[in-house]
Design a binder for this molecule. Sequence first.
Ligand SMILES: *Cc1c(COP(=O)(O)O)cnc(C)c1O
Length: 372
Amino acid sequence: MTADPTRTPLLLTPGPLTTHSRTRSVMLKDWGSRDPAFVDMTRQLRERLLTVVNGAPTHVAIPLQGSGTFAVEATLASLIKPDDKLLILSNGAYGERMIDIARRLNRRFLALHWPEHLPIDLQQVDKAVALDPTISHVALVHCETTSGILNPFEQIASIVLGHGRGLILDAMSSFGALPIDLSKFPITAVVASSNKCLEGVPGIGFSIVDKSAIAAAKRDNIPSLSLDLYDQWRGFENNGQWRFTPPVQVVAALVEALRLLEEEGGPAERLKRYQRNFSTLRSGMEQLGFRMFLDAAVQAPIIATFLPLDDVDLRSDDLFVALHTRGFSIYPGKLTMRDSFRIGCIGAVVPSDFEALIDACREIVSLKRGRS
Ligand SMILES: *Cc1c(COP(=O)(O)O)cnc(C)c1O
């Protein structure tokens, strides 16, 4: 498999990531933005995205040109009104990014913070929401890609919905693999992008929004033209077209990637593959002496953060370079507290890819240990 030149380097990152050859090959074609074939592809895209999270009866899918952050920003800009108040729960860089967005949008917000190695605490959330009736919405990152930690989405959704407030979920690195069921937890919006667990190519963010929440959005309240989800939605509903130049090839690739997800058996089966990838990675790295940053109990099988070895002078940057020359692209750490590196378990990759990675790591480490 690694002999495939289109898989060199093998991307073991949270996205852009290794894609299936079928996903890449459907892009070798041009479409006009008004071609009936492309309009139909957009319709399929919106329907299939809804199906992934069981949202067809209650929600609409609104794709948007750009990366995931564009969709997070558009969602907050369009759904949080000037007299609303957002409670942002943060235990990593993506929670902090939502704080940054709320500040720039001039929205009323408050934030609760936890350290990067701890999941969001349910009792503190419950208390904060109960004590402040002016909080209209809560924002949560499902899998914090900073560390790879899994936040308890279902429990937080129960608390927030129980208090009659809205919940906006940044499901960027979970959508398509970790369970999100809008029929059980009808939250305000789920935001994600084309290039993580959906295994598409980068270029599209999207928001799956509660029908009444998007219908209630008011253009006058939305401080951006291109990030206006209400107008974007009206555009799709009116003529099936994107408001501005659509990323046609990216749409084609994402529809194909969604077909591959269905063929694999849906998010539950994809999660099982990621779990196999993760456990192959974890046991191999631990045998070489690497330790994981997170407790196993809070670790999602999406991206793993490792700490440098104690007995060998091998900084994360050096490992990164040594692996790159051997055909593997891993990710630098994003922890604020210490040196680390990250390895993604997502993408069109299987356990044998991780065995090959471990072999390369073993070679690098034993060169350093002087036993080779
Ligand atoms: C990747 C990611 C984003 C968006 O990042 P982009 O670089 O804009 O695609 C947002 N939140 C989380 C949790 C992510 O993993």
